[in-house]
Design a protein around this ligand. Sequence first.
Ligand code: GCB
Length: 607
Amino acid sequence: HYIQSFTQSHTHSHTEVKELNGLWDFRADGSPNRNEGFEKAWYKRRLTETGPVIEMPVPASYNDITQDPTLRDFIGWVWYEREVFVPARWISDEGTRVVLRVGSAHYYSIVWVNGEKVTEHEGGHLPFEAEISSLIRKEPTKPCRITIAVNNTLTLETLPPGTIQYMNDSSRYPDGFFVQNIDFDFFNYAGIHRSVLLYTTPKVHVDDISVETNFMDNTGLVRYKVSVQGGFNNTLNITLMDKDGHFVASSTGSSGGLKVVDVKLWWPYLMHENPGYLYSMKVSETSTYEDEYTLPVGIRTINVTNTQFLINNKPFYFHGVNKHEDSDIRGRGFDWPLIVKDFNLMKWLGVNSFRTSHYPYAEEILQMCDRHGIVVIDECPGVGIKDIRSFRNASLSHHLVVMDELVRRDKNHPSVVMWSVANEPASEMPPAEFYFKTLIEHTKALDQTRPVTYVTIAAADMDKGGPYVDVVCANSYFAWYFDQGRLDIIPLQLSTHFENWYRKYQRPIIQSEYGADAVPGLHMDPPMMFTEEYQNALLQSYHDVFDQKRNQYFVGELIWNFADFMTSQGIYRVVGNKKGIFTRQRQPKAAAFLLRKRYWRLANETG
Ligand code: GCB
């Protein structure tokens, strides 16, 4: 159980936080069966006592930190360990609850404290935590030893899925040689990717809050539900304050509504002169322990018609990007300078939205989106579901759990306007229909306020999940993966594609990916593939079609990709995917200037 947002200062006001970022001891278990760590119970003693260790920064992917290619491409368990002194007061005060939180670790994690297992978690990109109060009180004078084992092996039941293939031909491969096969186009970075924290709350503590917002004329309504754990039987006081800290409304009890007179709505960036307006809702629990949690609240509505995506009843046009959490050296590791730079670049471009392709991003990023009014399509790690065996029940069950965790974490962010349950699954396969019907219905049951989609690459007549989505999010790579070099086919093929989708489902359509690789500095005119000119010309041809459909049912365009990013090695990729309009180091290619001009024009025309 975890409440959203331990990552911002104004959460539990009585919370103290100790960040465990920095250098951890680290060892990859390279034993033949990759299982020595468990056989020899490495968690029972200090990692330095069971073998050699290296220093590993947290948060970061471990893959690009050393010069060792076996660690870059390692598959199996890696072990992290760190000792920490817990403040004496956390130990002596029995009313204090001490929690260990991992922002995310990829893919499977097991956590021990002083040799005792405290939790395990499946899946990267989402947080997990364990209460460790009684454990640390057992040995109050000793430092607390935290061990985290992380395994990046993907199977048909993981999200994303993958398979391990053993190469048994001993004339070609050494004993035990295996490869990991994946059907997604990004490097399977692994390790502890987000902050590890120790934090405290009172024993009786706010465990979860849900808000839903609405408005009529100039009166806003915030409906809330609060759950408290740890023996609650006192009053809950709820107070809503405006941005300047002035009182707006109050209520008592674990659920109810708050009326906001002269409401200031949460608006997207470039749609209003004051985007991202946030109230704050203070939840106080008045038992002797007095927990207090403050949640930023943006008041806005989302509605979808046959042809429009409405925010606060006004048509919203997505002019944005697809991103990755990806950079040199850090891999997928959380990095503030990178995040702030990316926001500045997005604002420079005139971006009003992005999709968290292809997994949930750090909460800090969503909090920034809330504050800046950047609209988010929040995607779960359901990418690369191409093998028919990945549609089986075990995979579906895990997918449902991931949606539970994602909605629980992100439901209160006003910036999140739609859930994406998957990217480019083999949605033409017969089992896809039941799979997506179940998954989308499940997500709608968790959250009745947001539309749900999955991102498809299939043609309208083949796709089996189409009837269940609220918005058609269609990817296409005309004149790139097909009809290579033939930009002249784009107008016809793209319009036909849109018309087919619209005729079949009468839903608004977003171009959720389109683009071309450009190796920065490669030039050719007339344009040829992989040059900056070709990337520009391809985008321009797509834009011409978008502009024709814009006043009909076409509600958005998200370029693939914001920046170049790392992939696994293969003949289609030149040290990673080069469809970025910025390089991996965030320098502009020619396409960045083309898009900048377009997006600012769109901002003026469409808001
Ligand atoms: C896609 C995928 C994305 C890839 C992209 C490409 O359709 O959704 O993950 O990176 O195409 O460049 O091939």
